[in-house]
Design a protein. Structure first.
Length: 130
């Protein structure tokens, strides 16, 4: 098994003990993308409001997956964490803009808090061509 840490300045830098993504090559390559919040990679600050945060989360996810040689069409699983489940419709609206059918598998979880006071966080599992 070959393991490569993926890092890009086109997404926010890790703010804790994790990598932006880890690419594992075996018979195929699976990319495990760490949770992305609505941080702007330009200044490491949280964008304002749920609409902007959801869009930034998917832009950050797209940047990390792209740095590993993939695209959002390679995403097979998403985990979505929301501080207010009333915002779940915003995630669905964004997914229509960022993903095509068939959509990745997904879980959505209501949580009390997220890093930096974010309103939404998304992590992903991505299958890349080896």
């Amino acid at each position: 098994m070959q393991r490569t840490i993926i890092a890009t300045d086109k997404a926010p830098a890790a703010i804790g003990t994790y990598s932006q993504a880890v690419k594992v090559i075996d018979a195929a390559a699976t990319l495990y993308v760490s949770g992305q919040i609505g941080l702007s990679p330009a200044n490491q600050t949280l964008v304002d409001g749920i609409d902007a945060q959801v869009a930034q989360v998917f832009e950050n996810l797209k940047a990390v997956v792209g740095a590993a040689g993939g695209s959002l069409s390679d995403v097979v699983k998403l985990n979505v964490y929301l501080t207010d489940m009333a915002h779940f419709a915003k995630v669905n609206e964004a997914m229509i803009r960022y993903f095509n059918a068939p959509y990745p598998a997904r879980a959505a979880v209501g949580v009390r808090d997220l890093p930096k006071g974010a309103l939404v966080e998304v992590d992903a599992v991505v299958c890349l061509n080896a």
